[in-house]
Design a protein around this ligand. Structure first.
Ligand code: ANZ
Ligand code: ZN
Length: 806
């Protein structure tokens, strides 16, 4: 008798897989269809956590199952290895970010290997290596050339102490998440990607993503935030200037009683210059810059504003209304100007009440227009149309569409990121680097002061650039790219990771992409997924690929919790995957995360659950071990008893269920529980005196195949134990035997006056009359109907017999 020793078994198979290049992508066999399964690439923090275990176990089951189903599977892994933690480690411990990152990658890779994941490590990438970022730079230049990357000055979040721009996400309640200084708005020149160029496609193509969770699509839809409305021009009284507003309610134009500009609106300074309002307005604007967008616009923040001394003229009714600036109007939405209609807009109503501004109702209770001149009496939607036509006719505006989506601010004043490959030349201005000069390497002669300008300015080597255009000394761009840029195209690098000429070949990309199944956390529902979609649309527009969406199917897995709260260092409730692997083996860890909950749901960690999975694997191991000689022998099924037939039914029904669970939905947990039931049945069946060895062989082979994608080391070990040669992952996924699923006997419910009174096991193909007879002959039923008058008997084949009595 053998004993299950997971650590030995797992080490042995992991070694064998490497020796046999088991997970090398098959690019030769074009007779098979391709299947690309991908898990979001990790940041190399140095340690894997349970979230990784869950994410990668899900991906691994899919990859292994698809391989067995006959696909050429692409299943790669890599590292999102630029980013702030490496830079902070450098500042804190004096380790160079590159060294810190590479060491972490080695550590983490070792840990991932312990999980027995079927990655083709030959395709590994790390986004911080020059081999990779050379192409991130090349892509940037392509975007620049096609007008999809540009520089512009605008108000951005700025931390005065760290002296860097911050992303909105890095501003926590108006303070820098790193140093707690108050974040201000600063007018700075920054690099942007023109995500808004694809706003309409990014929105509309969501409808084609039928394999994405609705929840994620809704989040993207809201983020893109399409509004249909109009731009209307209001002249400023007494001077030759005008203000254009964006409104979703042109039908309310007659109700405008004042107008509001964003404090940053380009006209504000000019309009107050030299007037009695100048000092107050300047002070107000400065105050607004210390507030974040969220603080300025959230509904529980008090509206605040100031009159700036000018009036505008309503182009439809000629009314003169005062011009204000206020916190609740944002500079970078619409036109940065609002025609205020306090009668029909809540924010305006609140503001008007506070500052005692006029209110004019223009729509009545029945949603019909009033006080609106020629439009009176029209229903709102007709009024909308009418007014839009009118403003277009008299040339004071037009129908427009506005998006909440903004262009992507991608420059960062940091070291550990991809250098932006441009220089500034006194003579030629902004000059893109030449492609042959790429990669523009990150220098190593850097001082990490922890603050100050972009760290790259401290490198002499880096700063002394040559203008690619005129050859004179020039200044390099010292900002680096947001790390989301790196991860917006990595899935394309995996299809062609050794290409030294271009980011990826067009044909090979068309062959593998889009990713058939993408798996990752829902926290990436907006940024990463939207940016990747933007990149793919840009590549498509530039003729680099023929598809226009990166991820065909998306699975967002739930979190791993412990006692209901997310595992985190600060909560002190982290369970180390490595400790679990050491104690129980990777197969147990994998089985637990797959079995404990459906993949989209949160999963609660449970020690008992883990132990239960370990016991189950032991039980499978012992069963197969005990029956291995039979499984090895050349037995046939032959004549079957009732028990044999029932066992064969369970074997094939389980196989059918698992096949469906794996191919039609992500029913890993239900598949595993079906397998558990099969194992229970087998423990009973094998004890039968007249057990059929052919059925045993069938059962054992089926069990080993089914367990393999979930617990791959166990699968391989058992496969060998029953005398098979080669890897179980080279065999085809077994086909269930339909004939075994045809039951000779079926269970039929017997009702008396509609109440269930008993169950009968009878031949599946008997007639109605025979069914009725069988029901009437049942002892229990006989007793129930004795002495009563039988009114009628109804039989539904294979289901029920109902006896109506009086
Ligand atoms: C007049 C009006 C009357 C409006 C009414 C609404 C209701 P969404 O749907 O989000 O696109 N708005 C326009 N630009 C703005 C800015 N930069 N900052 C803050 N608010 C702005 O919202 C569009 C509406 O939000 C616009 O339509 C405008 O107010 C306001 F009964 O115009 B509305
Ligand atoms: Zn030059």
């Amino acid at each position: 008798m053998n004993v299950y020793k997971p650590n030995e078994v797992e080490a042995k198979w992991q070694k064998t897989w490497v020796q046999n290049e088991q997970y090398k992508t098959n690019t030769q066999d074009s007779s098979k269809p391709n299947y690309y399964t991908l898990e979001m690439l990790p940041y190399p923090s140095g340690k894997i956590h349970m979230g990784h275990v869950r994410n990668y176990s899900i991906g691994d089951v899919i990859a292994r199952f698809k391989k067995m189903e006959g696909f050429n599977v692409l299943h790669p892994m890599g590292w999102d290895s630029f980013g702030l933690p490496a830079e902070n480690a450098a500042i804190k411990h004096g380790i160079h970010p590159h060294k810190w990152t590479m060491e972490n990658i080695e550590d983490m890779k070792g840990q991932l290997k312990l999980l027995g994941l079927s990655y083709d490590w030959d395709r590994e990438i790390a986004t911080s290596t020059p081999e990779y970022y050379k192409f991130t730079q090349e892509i940037f230049l392509k975007f620049l050339e096609h007008g999809l990357a540009y520089k512009k000055k605008s108000f951005v979040n700025w931390c005065p102490s760290c002296e860097t721009v911050l992303a909105n996400e890095q501003v926590v309640q108006g303070e820098c998440e790193r140093c707690d200084s108050v974040v201000v708005k600063k007018d700075l020149e920054q690099w942007y990607f023109k995500t808004t160029h694809f706003a309409e496609e990014l929105l509309n193509d969501l409808d084609t993503l039928t394999g994405w969770p609705e929840k994620v699509k809704t989040m993207q839809k809201n983020w893109i935030g399409k509004s249909t409305g109009a731009e209307i021009i209001f002249d400023i009284d007494g001077i030759d200037k005008s203000v254009t507003v964006f409104t979703t309610r042109p039908d309310t134009t007659y109700g405008v009683t004042y107008m509001v500009l964003a404090p940053e609106h380009e006209l504000v300074k000019e309009l107050v210059k030299g007037t009695e309002y100048e000092a107050q307005v300047d002070a107000f604007v400065t105050k607004m810059h210390t507030m974040t967008e969220i603080e300025r616009t959230s509904s529980d923040v008090e509206k605040e504003g100031i009159f700036i001394g000018k009036y505008v003229i309503n182009p439809l009714n000629g009314n003169k209304v005062p011009l204000w600036i206020a916190n609740y109007v944002l500079a970078d939405y619409g036109t940065g100007a609002v025609m205020a209609v306090p009668a029909h807009d809540e924010r305006d109503a609140e503001f008007a009440a506070k500052y005692n501004l006029d209110v004019a109702q223009v729509i009545d209770e029945d949603e019909n227009m009033i006080n609106s001149g020629e439009f009176d009496g029209l229903e709102v939607s007709k009024g909308f149309e009418g007014i839009v036509n009118k403003i277009e006719e008299i040339k004071v505006g037009k129908k427009t569409v506005n998006y909440r989506l903004r262009d992507w601010l991608l420059s960062r004043q940091r070291y550990w990121g991809c250098p932006i490959p441009v220089v500034y030349c006194e003579e030629c201005g902004l000059v893109p680097e030449k492609k042959e000069n790429l990669p523009i390497l990150l220098p190593t002669d850097i001082e990490f002061t922890g603050k100050g300008e972009s760290p790259l300015t401290t490198s002499k080597e880096f700063m002394n650039a040559i203008c690619p255009c005129c050859g004179k000394p020039a200044r390099r761009e010292v900002d680096t790219m947001d790390t989301f840029v790196d991860s917006s195209w990595y899935f394309l690098r995996y299809v062609d990771p050794k290409n030294t000429n271009e980011p990826f070949g067009k044909d090979v990309a068309n062959k593998w992409m889009p990713v058939d199944q993408y798996i990752g956390g829902v926290e990436h529902a907006i940024m990463h997924l939207l940016y990747s979609r933007f990149f793919v649309k840009a590549f498509n527009e530039m003729g680099m690929i023929d598809f226009n969406e990166p991820f065909k199917n998306l699975l967002t897995q739930g979190m791993v919790l412990k006692e209901g709260t997310k595992m985190s260092k600060s909560k002190g409730n982290v369970v180390s995957p490595i400790e679990i692997i050491n104690e129980f083996g990777a197969d147990t860890a994998r089985l637990f995360v797959l079995f404990a909950a459906p993949p989209e749901r949160d999963l609660d960690w449970s020690e008992q659950g883990v132990e239960g999975c370990f016991r189950f694997l032991n039980r499978v191991y012992r069963l197969v071990d005990e029956l291995s000689e039979i499984a090895k022998s050349d037995v046939k099924i032959g004549e079957l008893t009732k028990e044999d037939k029932a066992m064969r039914y369970t074997i094939n029904a389980t196989l059918k269920k698992v096949t469906q669970d794996l191919s039609e939905k992500f029913g890993f947990n239900t598949a595993i529980s079906a397998l558990m039931e099969l194992i229970n049945e087998m423990y009973k069946y094998k004890e039968l005196e007249n057990r059929n060895e052919g059925v045993i062989k069938e059962a054992v082979e089926t069990i080993v195949s089914i367990i393999a994608p979930f617990a791959p080391h166990m699968g391989e070990e058992l496969w060998t134990m029953i005398g098979k040669e080669g890897s179980i992952f080279n065999i085809s996924w077994p086909k269930y035997d339909e004939t075994a699923l045809v039951k000779d006997e079926v269970e039929v419910v017997v009702q008396v006056n509609g109440k269930v009174r008993g169950k009968l096991s009878i031949g599946a193909n008997i007639s109605r009359e025979e069914m009725q007879e069988a029901a009437m002959n049942d002892e229990k039923i006989k007793a129930l109907v004795e002495g009563k008058t039988i009114v009628k008997v109804v039989a539904v084949p294979k289901k029920l017999v109902n006896i109506v009595v009086k």
